[in-house]
Design a protein around this ligand. Structure first.
Ligand SMILES: *Cc1c(COP(=O)(O)O)cnc(C)c1O
Length: 402
């Protein structure tokens, strides 16, 4: 959507929301009816010139797009191989890529006559981006957050409140992200008329994986134009971190019909033992999670496993169904980076380029730093710098004892 560029490969998902065998709408009938309403509203507005103009104006004047594609000269010279470019999503208003799809979801909700945006949040990044979108578009916003996260992520709780959102601490179960999802869904099921659930990544039932991807695909469209300006050719590699997978598919989507190599980087956390990582596609199996069929980390009963990573934005046992499909197709390679490696990359970029990256993005960067020296100097790599690291500074200082 929102582009003249057409891809020649099969356009997915299909009408039922499947990417190959992944995706779909594994939800109760009442919810399916509402999701179908959202899907058809989206089908209508995505080609509506007024909607496109309103969305693009916000991206340009409010978010500050296009985000730069920056040649990391110092880092490249230090590594002595392929040229590393950074797609600077960290420079967006609110400091990450999430605002791209939150604004899209907010505009859609408003067009559908909804009054309120509802969501869960883990570390609070999605909550802050959504509260921001709700404020600018003029909707109410209610964010459910596990009580443990409310304490851990105090600054984001304050931000959401300042932005006018209602933050609901969730005290059931493990009081974490998973419980926040259940709690928020409980509220949603009571009131489809005035509320839209705004999912925070390319996950969940159709049409969210498609919608969120389309809204994020602006990253790749810009990057393609920008790299051609710099290099007069397409890049050799795209690298992005994968939590739910929205920033990665946002970068990849425009390049799917090209020969460009694509690498998604998952967090292997402390170790490959169950509960100590979030390497969904590396170690997970396909199954049903949160209304979709996809790879996820599960026990023998098919229950989602606990996950760990220092990057709280990637603290999710599943992944968007399109990534599951791209993995099986062999179109995207998925690799892992652990906590220590991500921390090293975090410090390296800060020192060498004067850019403090999010710990999530540091995973992508770390892989790029391994790959670049193995490639010739005429090769190019684009790393999606999905967010800025200001939110992680206190944690890193504690951890490193600085
Ligand atoms: C949330 C977040 C991620 C992970 O989410 P995806 O849907 O996989 O993109 C990555 N980077 C940052 C900065 C985030 O806030």
């Amino acid at each position: 959507m929102i582009t003249a560029n057409k891809i020649s490969i099969e356009v997915l998902p299909n009408k039922e929301g499947y990417f190959g065998e992944y995706g779909g709408q594994l939800v109760p009938p009442e919810l399916k009816t509402e999701l179908d309403n959202i899907a058809s509203a989206y089908e209508e507005i995505k080609d509506d010139p007024d909607f496109i103009k309103e969305y693009n104006d916000l991206l340009k004047h409010y978010v500050g797009r296009p985000s730069p594609l920056y040649f990391a000269k110092n880092l490249t010279e230090k590594l002595g191989g392929a040229k590393i470019y950074l797609k600077r999503e960290d420079l967006n208003h609110t400091g990450a890529h999430k605002i791209n799809h939150c604004l899209g979801e907010a505009l859609l909700a408003k067009r559908m006559g909804k009054k309120k945006l509802l969501a869960e949040t883990g570390a609070g990044q999605h909550g802050v981006a959504l509260a921001t979108a709700a404020a600018i578009v003029g909707l109410e916003c209610e964010i459910h957050m596990g009580e443990i996260d409310v304490h851990k992520e105090h600054p984001n709780v304050v931000r959401m409140k300042l932005l006018g959102a209602k933050v609901v601490p969730v005290t059931s179960g493990g009081r974490c992200l998973k419980d926040a999802v259940d709690s928020a869904f409980g509220v949603y099921m009571q009131d489809f008329n005035s509320v839209m659930y705004a999912i925070g990544s390319v996950v969940g039932p159709h049409p969210f994986p498609e919608m969120v991807r389309d809204f994020q695909s602006v990253i790749g469209r810009e990057a393609k134009e920008q790299i051609v300006e710099h290099e007069d050719k397409l890049p050799d590699y795209l690298i992005a971190c994968v939590g739910g997978g929205s920033n990665a598919i946002g970068l990849f989507y425009e390049f799917l019909d090209t020969k460009v190599n694509m690498i998604g980087v998952e967090p292997s956390g402390k170790s490959f033992k169950p509960g100590e990582h979030a390497a969904t596609m590396t170690l997970g199996k396909p199954g049903a999670l949160h209304g979709m069929l996809t790879y996820f980390l599960q026990d023998d009963e098919g229950e989602p496993l606990h996950v760990h990573t220092i990057a709280s934005g990637m603290d999710y046992p599943g992944v968007g169904p399109e990534h599951s499909y791209l993995k099986d197709q062999g179109r995207v390679e998925y690799v892992t980076i652990d906590d220590e490696e991500a921390l090293e990359a975090f410090q390296e970029l800060s020192k060498v380029e004067g850019i403090i990256p999010a710990l999530e993005s540091s995973h992508a960067l770390s892989h790029a730093m391994k790959l670049a020296p193995t490639l010739d100097k005429d090769k190019t790599i684009i790393v999606n710098l999905s967010g800025r690291g200001d939110k992680d500074v206190d944690f890193v200082v504690d951890r490193l004892g600085m």
